[in-house]
Design a protein around this ligand. Structure first.
Ligand code: GLU
Length: 458
């Protein structure tokens, strides 16, 4: 009895601490709704860990964790093909360097704001911690839209962006990579300008590089493959298999493409993929080679898929989450599944949702999965394969060696297994068995928080 009431007291104190920190976040970052959302999910998850160990509050860990170590914002002027001057805004948030150099992608998309970069950077801290590799959390990007731009325009933009960014990055300080709108082409231009400005070959400053200049085999595939490896772990732990399952994937970018490829290899059937204009339904299974050609080579809309495969159907402006499936893999962008869409998935019998994109489900959608016993793999666990292989790329760059595809892929599979195991063990240990949101947040948090305490107030 006495012990129960102590736990209740500790939980109440932890809740009050988290609520106090959240109030400060809202006041200090007004209107930054995505950042608030990411912090709210995290704070609610770590309450059992705060309740168990008063040292986190005593050391002001939440206050420090939720304030970026550094937030850089800069002007990016560039000249388009018509000779007109354009100005975009560039960002880099260096959120936490307790366990390694800041690490995280760059996103080029018109929706990029300080709030978006901060939510992504905040998530990255715990995602990177979960990989078990020595990488801190960072993120960056710009409101520049590469869509419809010529290669020459993208190059000039990347050169201008890097001219400022290079002051802040390096193989042991901060290592950017790709995200939405930043793929092999952009990383190439960014690396070229970095090398020119530095006058040195610091390959480990960027990851996701081409194979001829320090890139890692399997980095391109890593996020999508890792997502499917994680999904398999989640299904197997529940006595299920991926074989024969019908899958809906949203998006048709890097994460979606390699999730489709791996899901097919393991005997599932992906029937849908999409882009921001609509979705394709192919009851025979999405032909991944066609999606690669359209999106990676020709940079066209997914609607063109049905010209090549007339038996498939295209739904302009359609809602992918209205298509019945066993497994949903959101691989497009943040907040692409709201409460109504989560309800539709449940009604149509979904058994698992795993997030390839960052924060694609709203807080309400996540509650609906849990209430309905849908297996749920949150982004920071399920999509950590990309950044994990980025850290392996850094390791290869440091030793000036390159590993085989098989070696990298084996590492990736083991990392995804460990993330699932550690998240699920943490969930059980902290009284939330099966809840991988709580489990992954706590597992990611403990390593970073304990390291921050060990390193002192800095
Ligand atoms: N942008 C990816 C992510 O969200 C990868 C980051 C990286 O490789 O550094 O994790």
């Amino acid at each position: 009895m006495a012990q129960t009431s102590t736990i209740q007291n500790d939980t109440k104190a932890a809740e009050e601490y988290a609520a106090r920190v959240f109030e400060t976040i809202k006041q200090r970052n007004p209107g930054e709704t995505e950042f608030h959302q990411a912090v709210e999910e995290f704070l609610n998850s770590v309450i059992p860990a705060l309740a168990k160990e008063p040292k986190y509050e005593a050391n002001g860990i939440l206050e420090q964790l939720t304030e970026p170590e550094r937030l850089i914002s800069f002007r990016v002027p560039w000249v388009d093909d018509s000779g007109a001057v354009n100005v975009n805004r560039g960002y880099r948030v260096q959120f936490n360097s307790a366990i390694g150099p800041y690490k995280g992608g760059l996103r080029f998309h018109p929706s990029v704001t300080g709030s978006i970069v901060k939510f992504l950077g905040f998530e990255q801290i715990f995602k990177n911690s979960l990989t078990g590799l020595p990488i801190g959390g960072g993120k960056g990007g710009s409101d520049f839209d590469p869509k419809g731009k010529s290669d020459a325009e993208v190059m000039r933009f990347c050169q201008s962006f890097m001219t400022e960014l290079q002051k802040h990055i390096g193989p042991d300080t901060d290592v950017p990579a790709g995200d939405i709108g930043v793929g092999g082409r952009e990383i190439g231009y960014l690396f070229g300008q970095y090398k020119r400005l530095r006058g040195a070959y610091d390959a480990g400053t960027l990851t996701g590089k081409g194979l001829s200049y320090g890139g890692s085999l399997a980095r391109t595939e890593a996020t999508g493959y890792g997502l499917v490896y994680f999904t398999v772990e989640m299904l197997e732990a529940a006595g299920e298999t991926i074989r024969g399952k019908k899958i809906v994937v949203s998006g048709s970018g890097n994460v979606a493409i390699y999730a489709i490829e791996k899901a097919h290899e393991l005997g599932a059937k992906v029937i849908v993929c999409s882009d921001s204009a609509g979705f394709v339904y192919d009851k025979e299974g999405i032909k991944v080679e066609t999606v690669k050609q359209l999106k990676e080579v020709e940079r066209k809309r997914i609607s063109e898929y049905v010209i090549i495969h007339p038996s498939a159907e295209y739904y302009a402006g359609g809602d992918v989450w209205s298509v019945p499936c066993d497994i949903a893999l959101p691989c497009a962008t943040q907040n692409e599944i709201n409460a109504d869409q989560a309800r539709a998935l449940v009604k149509n019998g979904v058994i698992a949702v795993a997030e390839g994109a960052n924060m694609p489900s709203t807080l309400e959608a996540v509650d609906i999965y849990h209430e309905n016993k849908v297996l749920f793999g949150p982004a920071k666990a399920a999509n950590a394969g990309g950044v994990a292989v980025s850290a392996l790329e850094m390791a290869q760059n440091s030793t000036r060696m390159s590993w085989t595809f098989q070696t990298v892929d084996e590492h990736l599979q083991n990392i995804m297994k460990d993330i699932h195991k550690n998240s699920s063990n943490a969930a059980s240990e902290y009284g939330a068995s099966g809840n991988l949101v709580i489990g992954s947040n706590i597992a990611g948090f403990l390593k970073v928080a304990d390291t921050m305490i060990a390193q002192g107030i800095i």
